[in-house]
Ligand binder design. Structure first.
Ligand SMILES: *Cc1c(COP(=O)(O)O)cnc(C)c1O
Length: 393
């Protein structure tokens, strides 16, 4: 079984590029050129330099002593929360802005739900002095005011999507429409391992620096380059794809994916795509998604804005279906408790997305000698208001 993308853009039965004809030239160009550009010496030199000096990589791999004692196993935290802008998303946007420059593009578009990807995109556009337009659902603009302010502060234009449910999928439709109208000068930066081929593989490669570093860091700390398990939360799946990437073909490494069960898998308010999803097409790719029997996408719910996506990337759909990955889902309540637990045991306040991954230790046991790496995808500053309300702080 293979877990990396094949030459047609598929992970098993999932992936591909289901796009309007008008987008063929753009997608075909990306498909033809992305690997060559990523492997280009000048690209790599600039990318590695920015990851080091701008993003702050390598991020530490921290042995969490007190958390390990609590759960009687050996837990390491990969500190993506220490990246510039507070999460892993910037690894991808730094890479894609350089790709856009290599393609000769002068303008960037993106869509965002919670605003985190919009901020990471606006950040690198400011860095490069490139025009940035971010599409965002009208309801999300209201819900995520601080991130809208950040994008504007960084010089981006935020365009409100007012059709449909006025959330992420409507913003995506607007971004695609924009790209169709500006095929020559514009690059579309997608923020997770979703979208038509080659985006899932492109984003996974840019995020794979996470598992590249874990290999080096574990070699130093444990004398071997792999853990027994690597655990990550999955919204679209980019931080997970980066943390798994170099271990996908290493059967000695268990892969654990944590989804948001919201108020309970069968409560009607959840984002547990592996449990509830069926094959369908979303955002230009064939994958598992939450939909009604007549194929309408179901509005997802999670207390964490970054996990409330109605699908998962095709790599994750394949990891789930093939049995290579172990998928669990964690409710709002269990995630919030795990987030407070980490704060008090280790002095690290995680993003609520990340808190879902940390709840794995309440749902599943590990042996005392096993090494478990949890990808700490982001920091909790952006979520303080939610923590305050939830715990009545
Ligand atoms: C956006 C986000 C996620 C979810 O996105 P993935 O593509 O699944 O990684 C997870 N954690 C944090 C901190 C995020 O900002």
């Amino acid at each position: 079984m293979r877990y990396h993308v094949d030459e047609h853009g598929y992970y098993g039965a999932y992936g591909g590029a289901y796009i309007p004809e008008m987008l063929y030239p753009n997608i075909a160009q990306l498909q033809a050129d992305y690997k060559t550009i990523l492997q280009d010496a000048e690209f790599q030199q600039e990318f590695q330099q920015l990851l080091a000096d701008y993003v702050g990589r390598p991020t530490p791999l921290y042995f969490a002593q007190r958390l390990s004692e609590q759960y009687n196993t050996r837990i390491y935290l990969k500190r993506e929360d220490l990246c510039h802008t507070g999460a892993h998303k910037v690894n991808n946007t730094v890479g894609q802005i350089l790709l856009a420059k290599h393609l000769g593009k002068k303008r960037i578009i993106a869509e965002t739900g919670a605003g985190q990807h919009g901020v990471a995109t606006a950040t690198v556009c400011a860095l490069m002095g490139i025009e940035c337009v971010v599409y965002m659902g009208a309801i999300d603009i209201e819900r995520q005011a601080p991130n809208v302010a950040r994008m504007k502060m960084l010089g981006a234009t935020v365009v409100s999507a007012t059709s449909g449910s006025k959330t992420l999928k409507d913003a995506t439709n607007e971004a695609i429409r924009d790209w169709i109208n500006h095929p020559e000068d514009t690059h579309y930066i997608i923020g997770s391992v979703v979208g038509p081929h080659p985006y899932p593989d492109l984003v996974a490669r840019l995020q794979s620096v996470i598992s590249e570093e874990i290999k080096n860091q574990l070699t130093q700390k444990e004398g071997r380059d792999y853990p027994d398990y690597v655990v990550a939360c999955v919204g679209g799946g980019s931080n997970a794809a980066g943390a798994y990437y170099h271990y996908l073909d290493r059967p000695e490494v268990g892969i654990i994916a944590v989804e948001a069960a919201g108020k309970g898998i069968h409560s009607g308010e959840s984002a547990a795509t592996s449990a509830l999803g069926t094959p369908g097409i979303i955002h230009g790719s064939k994958t598992l998604l939450m939909q009604t029997s007549d194929g309408q996408i179901t509005e997802p719910y999670s207390i964490s804005a970054g996990l409330d996506y109605p699908g998962v990337g095709p790599m994750h759909a394949h990891l789930f279906t093939s049995g290579r990955g172990e998928f669990i889902s964690v409710t709002d309540d269990h995630a919030m408790t795990a987030g407070r637990n980490l704060s008090r045991l280790e002095g690290i306040i995680p993003a609520i997305e990340t808190s879902h991954a940390l709840a794995v230790f309440e749902q599943r046991e590990f042996l005392p000698e096993e090494v478990v790496v949890v990808n700490l995808s982001g920091r909790g500053d952006k979520d303080l208001n939610t923590y305050i309300k939830y715990f009545n702080l």
